[in-house]
Design a protein around this ligand. Structure first.
Ligand SMILES: NC(=O)c1ccc[n+]([C@@H]2O[C@H](COP(=O)([O-])OP(=O)(O)OC[C@H]3O[C@@H](n4cnc5c(N)ncnc54)[C@H](O)[C@@H]3O)[C@@H](O)[C@H]2O)c1
Length: 345
């Protein structure tokens, strides 16, 4: 045991097994004291691998541990988060949750009130923020002059879309946009803030022979405003495109930035490359850096009971997109942001 924070991990699926548990073991800021999954056999298997306690619920875990853990990392299907957050908050256990912060404004308000009342810390895992390539974008944006356009595309080819919780709107609480698309909503909020308007359309059931009730493809048009000037933008998110593609292009009057996974280029207005950054194999270190920073902030404790504004902006953007798709009309994300901010005071 080190002097790190005692942590439990709740939800032992892909994200916990592939990213978070290995990162916790690697980090010297945490001691893994237990793993929780509703599937008991699976929880037992994982606990044996990590030589730690297991349980099928938070309450069972708390009854088994000699000391309450300092922090819990949750990586479950989206509909399971609220109840788990409620139980952790009641027990004054800090929370690290997988994205999204929330799938709707209503859910965000419930979380805000729980966190405020219990005065614990909450952080959301968004690993791109800890990858130096993505973190270099704001610096390069300064070099391309007044911005006028943004094009973003995040597509995958996932063959089975009707087999797990992501196929079911009651459990996933959204489709491709709130799941994989959330990473791009986060990037846009990080680099540009909150768009002033959003227009969104969803398309679904584009896998022959598979039925599911969430969107597999989303097209968004949005507009940011920079000192009175519009910056036009679009985002395409899809789970059914033939090719995997993750790219963001930012156009300014003096040049362009082209971002792909691990690859960032700045071009001049004629398309000539000015600078090029490449980073290979950075994901596992980004996951560790992310957890380490959360540990420092939990130990610092000055932001307990508060919610980071950017999480609220992500949810406002998402809500605006979803309501636009439903109403077939343009929506204004700031209205949703203000509703959530109002709960903070
Ligand atoms: N940051 C990323 O790049 C990234 C990638 C994939 C998934 N995610 C996020 O991680 C979360 C989990 O996704 P996943 O792909 O690992 O899902 P998954 O289906 O692989 O795993 C979910 C696990 O949670 C367990 N579970 C379900 N309900 C539970 C409950 N009430 N209590 C305890 N355990 C419960 C399931 O048994 C399963 O083992 C989601 O929020 C998803 O959006 C993030």
């Amino acid at each position: 045991m080190t002097n790190g924070l005692n942590i439990i991990v709740i939800g032992l699926g892909h994200q916990a097994l592939e990213d978070h548990l290995p990162a916790i073991v690697e980090s010297n800021k945490y001691n893994l004291v237990g793993v929780v999954d509703i599937d008991r056999d699976h929880a037992i298997d994982v606990s044996k691998k990590y030589n730690t306690e297991y349980a099928v619920s938070v309450s069972e875990m708390l009854s088994k541990l000699p000391l309450k853990p300092d922090v819990a990392l949750i990586a479950t299907p989206h509909s399971a988060y609220l109840e788990i957050i409620e139980e952790l908050a009641e027990n004054k256990i800090s929370i690290i949750k997988e994205k999204p912060f929330a799938t709707s404004v209503n859910e965000a308000i419930r979380i805000i009130n729980l966190i405020k009342k219990s005065n614990v810390s909450i952080f959301v895992t968004l690993q791109r923020r800890f990858n130096p390539i993505f973190a270099s974008v704001p610096q390069l944006i300064k070099k391309i002059g007044a911005l006028y356009a943004i094009e973003a595309k995040y597509t995958m080819n996932i063959s089975k879309l009707d087999s797990d919780w992501r196929a079911n709107s009651r459990i996933a609480l959204g489709g491709a946009l709130s799941d994989m698309g959330y990473h791009f909503i986060d990037l846009l909020v990080w680099y540009f803030g909150l768009p002033i308007s959003v227009l969104c359309k969803f398309s679904t059931n584009n896998r022959n022979g598979q039925i599911y009730d969430v969107e597999d493809t989303a097209f968004l048009e949005f507009c940011f405003n920079d000192h009175g000037r519009d910056i036009l933008g679009n985002l395409v998110v899809s789970r059914v495109y033939p090719e995997k593609n993750e790219c963001l292009k930012i156009y300014g009057r003096s040049g362009c930035i082209s971002l792909k996974r691990g690859d960032l280029r700045r071009l001049d207005i004629d398309g000539n490359e000015i600078e090029h950054l490449i980073r290979i194999g950075s994901w596992s270190s980004a996951i560790i850096d992310q957890l380490d920073e959360f540990a420092d902030r939990i130990m610092d404790g000055t932001k307990k009971g508060e919610i980071c504004n950017e999480y609220l902006k992500q949810v406002a953007f998402l809500e605006a997109a979803r309501l636009s798709a439903k109403s077939n009309q343009q929506t204004l994300p700031n209205d949703y942001f203000e509703t959530m901010k109002g709960q903070m005071s």
